[in-house]
Design a protein around this ligand. Structure first.
Ligand SMILES: Cc1cc2nc3c(=O)[nH]c(=O)nc-3n(C[C@H](O)[C@H](O)[C@H](O)COP(=O)(O)OP(=O)(O)OC[C@H]3O[C@@H](n4cnc5c(N)ncnc54)[C@H](O)[C@@H]3O)c2cc1C
Length: 468
């Protein structure tokens, strides 16, 4: 649907941008060299174990232990099954006693308000910002009744409240999964309909506000569910506008167009003055560049501000298997290098836009990849963009790649850690999915382990010397 909206205005608009992109392409090789050049800021090597000086002795040991476990592919690939078996063998109580101080504490903020507050204060003292994420997600066949979606809404509203009322961050952010509030089946059906039907953003906005809109192609019960879902999202928007930036997650390609449409409707309503609603752009998709350009065009046509969470993407294996099964072309770039090019290209487009209109465009560079972070930092310096995070910030998952997050934070960049919270039972399925999505990152985390080890040795030496 959005490609229909890519009109000449965009070409004109983008052509201005493309001139600078083209010019910068000739500089790209030079820039690549500069990135490895000693004249690049030293901290961009991310090799200083001092980054971990803010961590306690136990936190260093815990991180080392957890990452050691994550370095075994069989453990990560089968962590869901292993957790279930261990839970059965040990019983719930013993299982929690093992998991809570280890894996759970590494990746989850806690369960009670007090525990979460402690983790957030700690994060704050490290110079990092939390981006709270309610660990609810559903896929096709996992749908639950309307009542469950209302409960999810209550959890999301609580998350909005926690994000801004506690003063944990200057510019609070949280993550939102639309499929926690609208069924994945409906999102999937809407995605199919969007191939032939046009949905007007204004109608979606009216439906969010409670008008009985009839959307083409849906049965009566589907339409009712969509209206209820849009009203739930409206409540999130109303609670968060002017307080919390809400970052909508991208999911599978069989529902993303519907998720983007709904997100755009939220942007139209809530992001007129500033980007309070953000969308996620997955650069592993072959169409990612076009989708980003469409979103930019839409933001111009509908005069809303655009917030972009730029990621490589989490669902590669399943997307590929599904495309193969259905005889479709693989939607994912054929190699990691292509995905990297796509990430760099989208990053360049956004940073250039931000350099011209920092109030209208914003980005979170959500990656654990050092090279991407280096590139973003270098371009920010070249374009004179502020480090304070109003328009450009960085994002990593809690417990992962702290050497990158802490180093950036120590040099004044704004860094958000995606923070799930909740009970062991509620967060485990979420953690299992994140571990599997990020297994390449987890298995390649050797550098962080080396740095943790160096910091640990340094502390032990200090202790021994002072004991003498
Ligand atoms: C704060 C935050 C929020 C996020 N939100 C979302 C979200 O809403 N939706 C979502 O989908 N992802 C999201 N992600 C991204 C995801 O969870 C992974 O963290 C991310 O894909 C890992 O990429 P990287 O850039 O960190 O690491 P890298 O190691 O540089 O890249 C690994 C990624 O590259 C891609 N890749 C690897 N091999 C290939 C190949 N052979 N061909 C093509 N591509 C390949 C895959 O996307 C893989 O995940 C989020 C990440 C963060 C940090």
């Amino acid at each position: 649907m959005f490609s229909l909206l890519r009109q000449p205005a965009l070409s004109r608009f983008i052509s201005v941008r493309l001139k600078s992109v083209a010019a910068s392409q000739s500089m790209a090789a030079k820039r690549d060299r500069d990135l490895c050049n000693p004249s690049s800021p030293d901290f961009l090597t991310f090799e200083d174990p001092q980054a971990f000086k803010v961590k306690s002795f136990w936190e260093l040991i815990r991180a080392l232990g957890v990452f050691r476990l994550c370095s075994f592919p069989t453990l990560v690939n089968n962590c869901g099954k292993l957790m279930t078996i261990t839970r059965k063998v040990l019983g719930k109580q013993c299982f929690c006693m093992v998991v809570r101080p280890s894996v759970y504490a590494q990746f989850v903020a806690g369960e009670t308000e007090g525990e979460i507050a402690d983790s957030m204060q700690k994060m704050r003292s490290l110079g990092l910002h939390p981006m709270l994420a309610v660990p609810i997600e559903e896929d096709l066949g996992e749908s639950t009744g309307e009542r469950r979606y209302e409960d999810n809404l209550a959890a999301m509203l609580e998350c909005v409240h926690m994000s801004h009322s506690k003063g944990w961050s200057k510019n609070p952010m949280m993550q939102l999964k639309i499929t926690a509030l609208v069924s994945p089946e409906l999102c999937s059906k809407l995605t199919s309909l969007l191939k032939t039907e046009q949905y007007d953003l204004n109608e979606l906005v009216r439906a969010m506000e409670g008008e009985e809109v009839m959307f083409p192609g849906l049965t009566e019960s589907e339409n009712t569910h969509l209206l209820l879902g849009l009203q739930r999202l409206n409540k999130i928007g109303e609670a968060s506008v002017n307080k919390v930036r809400v970052l909508v997650d991208a999911e599978y390609t069989y529902m993303n167009p519907a998720l983007s449409l709904i997100t755009m409707a939220m942007m139209k309503k809530f992001s007129q003055q500033s980007a309070w609603i953000w969308n996620t752009h997955q650069c592993y998709l072959k169409e990612s560049r076009n989708l980003l350009l469409d979103a930019i065009q839409m933001s111009i046509d509908q005069s809303f501000c655009l917030g972009v969470k730029l990621v490589r993407g989490a669902y590669m294996d399943k997307e590929r298997k599904l495309a193969e099964k259905e005889g479709r072309t693989d939607p994912i770039h054929e190699s990691w290098e292509r995905t990297n090019d796509s990430y760099n290209g989208c990053l360049e487009i956004m940073l250039n836009l931000i350099s011209e209109k920092p109030d209208r465009y914003m980005i979170i560079v959500a990656t654990h990849n050092e090279e991407s972070v280096r590139r973003a930092v270098t371009r920010m310096e070249e374009l004179g963009l502020h480090r304070d995070g109003n328009s450009v910030c960085f994002g990593q998952l809690m417990g992962m790649c702290d050497h990158v997050s802490l180093t950036l934070a120590q040099h004044g960049f704004s860094v958000y850690k995606s923070v799930p919270y909740g009970s062991v039972d509620d967060t485990l399925p979420y953690l299992v999915r994140r571990a599997q999505e990020n297994r390449t990152v987890l298995q390649g985390i050797r550098k962080e382990r080396d740095l943790l080890r160096q910091e640990l040795c340094h502390r032990l030496k200090e202790k021994i010397t002072s004991a003498r």
